[in-house]
Design a protein. Structure first.
Length: 89
């Protein structure tokens, strides 16, 4: 028995397939769980030692809510009011 080249010819069963959430080939078929994003869990998998943290943090996507937040904070989260007119000196 060798553990090198001849053994690699026998590897034809796939344990992982494409994940629906993250798109990586990390979804374990028998466990029904993704090793990359932890699908079907509600929260995404995140580790403090991985580069994936930089790929997935806020600011890497569209930021539909976050991009307007600084402006709303500056104005005190006012809604449904008209801005006060400024007097020119």
């Amino acid at each position: 028995m060798t553990k090198g080249t001849t053994s690699f010819g026998e590897r034809h069963n796939k344990s992982h397939t494409t994940c629906r959430r993250c798109g990586k080939v990390s979804y374990h078929i028998q466990k029904k769980k993704c090793s990359s994003c932890n699908f079907p869990a509600a929260k995404m998998k995140r580790q403090n030692f991985s580069k994936a943290k930089r790929r997935r943090t806020e600011g890497t996507g569209r930021m539909r809510y976050m991009k307007t937040l600084t402006r709303k904070f500056k104005n005190g989260f006012r809604e449904g009011t008209q801005a006060k007119k400024r007097v020119q000196n």
